[in-house]
Design a protein. Sequence first.
Lengths: 271, 297, 250
Amino acid sequence: MKALMWVGMAVVFGFLISVIWTVFSRGAKAMSWEMVSQLPGGGFYIGKEGGFLNAIVGSLYIVGASTAIGLLISVPVVFYLNVYLKKDSKLAYVARLACDVLFGMPSIVYGAFGFTVMVFFGLRTSLLGGIIVITLLIIPIFIRSMDEATRNFPRDILDASFALGATKWETLKVVLRQIAPGIATATLLSVGRAIGDAASVMFTAGYTDSIPTSLSQPAATLPLAVFFQLSSPIPEVQDRAYAAALVLTIIVLILSIGGRFITHRFSKNKL
Amino acid sequence: MLGRRILKDRVAHGTMATLTVFVILMVLVMAVGLCLKSAPVLEGQSLWTLLGSSEWKPMKGQFGFLPFIMGTLWVTFLAVLIALPISLLTAIFLTEYARPVVRRFVFPALDILAALPSVIYGVWGMLVIVPWISERLAPHFVEFSSGYTVLAAGIVLGVMVIPLLVSLFIEVFSSVPMELREASIALGATRWQTTRKVVLRKTLPGVLAATVLAISRAMGETIAVLMVCGCVIGIPTSVLDSAYPIPALIANNYGEMLSMPLYESALMFAALILFAVVLIFNLISRIVLYRIERRDA
Amino acid sequence: MAIEVQHLNVHIGDNHILKDVNLTLPERQITCIIGPSGCGKSTLLRTLNRLIDSTEGVKLDGKVLVDGEDIIGSGPEITELRRKIGLVSQRPCPLPMSIFDNVAYGCRINKMFKRRKSLIYAVQKNLMAVGLWQEVRGRVRTPAARLSIGQQQRLCLARSLAVAPQYILADEATSALDPISSKTVEDLFVSLKNEYTIIMVTHTLRQALRIADNVVFMYLGEIIEQGPADQVFNHPQQELTQKYLSGAFS
């Protein structure tokens, strides 16, 4: 039995190595400085020159904005669930359940839903649409993982703060300090998810060759740069896709490994 | 002075409560939005024709979802079939057998597997799995296969749900108190007997819930599947056939549907099916998992 | 001024935790609440500053008069009342910040000092009051979590004193400490009773014997006996109190 388990583990590692090796070896061949520093030349399906700077910038815009908005929305919710509401509150139960359900929603459903919302408000595929839908997508991730860090928060610390005459709102500062590592890991997790998600931005952010200059213009994203350019018959365009895949993988690897370090660095003041 | 502080606290309370309710309502808003959007196609055809017919002729206004539903089921079933044994063994090994050192190596690996974007899995599937199927595997069974098959999608998806399954299983297994294991070991049971008769039996509901959760995750996965499934409309009859799962259908046609309201509505209905199935699966399994967690606490 | 408890009943869910509690806690004295575990001592303490609010399904009725003001019916003004009532809990729990910030926390929140200098002075004064200043003077900017557990408990006391309370509630404040730190903290309470009204929950009879001016004996949510320490310990009126003191149950 134990041998079988080792086999299981080996298979898991095998898959991981295979995926990363494939992306790296194929991507490295296509990689060049021009890839990450230039816009695609003459149409992303057919133009042979240039790189995918548009997708890098587009992804940065969308991920940056939605992470910021997501944090602004989810920190208060987590704080509310854990400090304002009592331990066995029904509302907190429902809210946690809702987050778990939203967390499990496929991103294509988010995409479709986001699309209907945009149609409702008369928006076209745009940077703004991408930001909105990615924000909605990562809020449950934010809330879930910060909530996990906060739930074990020592009740005594809250009591100590209240006993000194602090209101609940004033206690936020204390809670934030204590869960800082949790917030950092949650952010990395959300950024990782936000940057890699393709299905939701497909409908909402669209795709374009240029860098958006306003919120109402469509924006390219890295995963879509991989997806669309890979379906092109021209090898040079496919190369761009492989290079984009390499960049995307490296970003995600950095985020994932960085997350492990951050947990240790931030816990200086933690109990 | 004090009044202002209390006012601040009140305002904060109100804002936070609103945001929390907003998050809860998002589920409802999604449901309502998708329902409204898919209403037109439901007017034209009954629910049962939509789900049970395999006539897909958007130009004539006929939308039979059966091929896509079957495609989703095939791919999902295969993915879980591949992922379940591997994940179960890995999770048992990590919780019951492995020393902490091993965990220190495996957890980061699982983290990375979970973090890799689905488009990367798609690239991997196209570069590795698809050629392997079409050149090595398929020739033994059929004359020709492009490699873009149910099997390819199943393997890629299977790998993608492994980290989710393992982490859920580990959580479930850790909820079994150590004393219970010790009691069994003290009675002369081996580690494996203990695992099988005590740990697995005690956590069966949790294991099932985790599996259901993985199924719902696999069902909704889009890009990776879209890249390797072949996207040929038709009900697959073997794992070496192409498939066209629902998420791929939605993603593939997003551009064209804009010109035809009924087509758009049909795709939104497809999204609604996914939403409903995932919602129900998630609700059930999460509630079961909550129960287990609480019993543990 | 003092704390007066009149006909206080506390329910948590279906459980009747405190049953018709009547109590006077005299000023500038140490009152020890004793009794077997689970008798409602801590609940009573947590009701006095309404920290009990954060418990699910709690219902309070009766009156708790602090300086003549009923705190049971009061709404958000409880925040101000809590400032007047310091709390030292069972396990020391420093806030996740530096030693200095821990003591300054309450002052800052209540905006007690306009000038930074007076804040620094106040922190220093309170650290001195608990005898911690000599031990930490060079490192007040380091995280409080690095102090020893006995030092942490004194820090918590200093933190409570910094917001100028009139009352100090201590919930088995020495039970998590080693004997030496325990003695230090105990002595501190004795030295503080000239300025503060101290209410202590304790499960060690001997501690109550050493420092109490007044003793309240509780059993199953009821007050069985209360009075000056001498009287309760040496001439208990109730049979139950006698039994408890003789160690028949605990």
